[in-house]
Design a protein around this ligand. Structure first.
Ligand code: FVH
Length: 293
């Protein structure tokens, strides 16, 4: 499907901003780039981008402005001061800098007060994945801006719009990363146990761990349904059975492997059982986490 060519600015040409600019160029858009350290614009300019000497000049040349710098705290200053706030009038700002939901909401208000439309984005990809089908970018903020520029955004990755609350993209981004780090933590503990017994971690991982985790992933939607309904009665393996013995902790100690990744999960399971929920499954542990609020 052919995409309507747009005038697009990219502010920030680190590893990710450069990948985004290159994807825009590959899609045939007219791209103007600006970076605080000017030399970093050389590559995109050689590949067809137009160089702006100031952030304001880049914004003025575009209808949609992609921002991707290191720290969210610097985005406001970049747009309001260096880019000259009034130049945002009638433009869409797509901020792909990582930040918190609160920062996103406050940026949405700021851009809106300057007459711009605001989308916040969470990039679920590394720079090398940009423009490839496995990349995903989450968006939240002004739906009209998402719809107007979806053709541009789809050149980066699969685009998913989550809603008008600008904080939704960073919240879901961080929730996904939290799931990923939980899996990495489990992998690290499993690898340490196998290595402590002299086993090859690579063979264990491809032959046993990956298929096991894939099978376990199949149970997540049912657990999610329990969490949404608050009814934790309909599961197979009871928590009471799961905490009857701290076999993983005991094995870790015997093998000289720290149980510091697993112990907090086990403690939550024990607390849930102590609260009278031993007949339920693992999903109810989320109630213990929610109590910390
Ligand atoms: N790279 C990744 O894998 C992740 C994937 C998920 C999303 N993140 C977020 O993307 C933002 C940018 O990350 P990056 O990988 O492009 O980062 P760097 O290569 O370190 O480039 C940083 C750019 O930010 C510019 N910059 C820093 N401070 C300022 C400032 N005060 N005003 C204007 N620009 C600033 C920096 O400019 P310079 O140092 O070259 O002058 C670079 O262009 C980030 O939020 C990730 O969390 C990436």
């Amino acid at each position: 499907m052919s995409v309507t060519k747009k005038n697009v600015a990219v502010l920030g040409l680190g590893a990710m901003g450069t990948a985004l600019a290159d994807a825009l160029l590959a899609a045939g858009h007219r791209v103007t780039v600006w970076n605080r350290t000017a030399a970093r614009a050389d590559g995109p300019v050689e590949r067809g981008a137009r160089r702006a000497n100031t952030a304001a000049e880049a914004v003025a040349a575009a209808e949609v402005v992609i921002v991707c710098i290191l720290d969210y705290a610097d985005v406001g200053a970049l747009l309001a001061d260096r880019a000259g706030g009034e130049v945002l009038q009638g433009r869409a700002v797509v901020n792909l800098t990582n930040g918190s939901p609160e920062e996103a909401r406050s940026m949405a208000e700021r851009v809106s007060a300057l007459g711009g439309a605001y989308l916040d984005g969470g990039i679920m990809a590394v720079p090398e994945m940009i423009g490839r089908p496995e990349a995903l970018v989450l968006y939240s903020g002004e739906r009209a801006a998402f719809e107007a520029y979806r053709g541009v955004l789809d050149g980066f990755a699969r685009s998913v719009y989550l809603g008008a609350d600008a904080g939704l993209a960073p919240l879901n981004d961080l929730a996904l990363l939290s799931g990923m780090y939980g899996m990495f933590g489990g992998f690290a503990h499993a690898a340490a146990l196998v290595r402590s017994a002299g086993g090859p971690v690579a063979e264990f991982t491809t032959g046993l761990l990956v298929p096991w985790l894939q099978a376990m992933c199949g149970g997540l939607p049912a657990m999610a349904a329990e969490i949404d309904s608050g009814d934790y009665g309909a599961t197979g393996s009871s928590l009471g059975m799961q905490v009857a013995h701290d076999s993983i902790g005991a094995l870790s100690r015997a093998q000289g492997v720290s149980d510091e990744l697993f112990a907090p999960v086990f403690a939550l399971m024990e607390r849930r059982v102590a609260g009278g929920h031993g007949d339920e499954g693992f999903a109810g542990v989320v109630e213990e986490l929610m109590r910390a609020r």
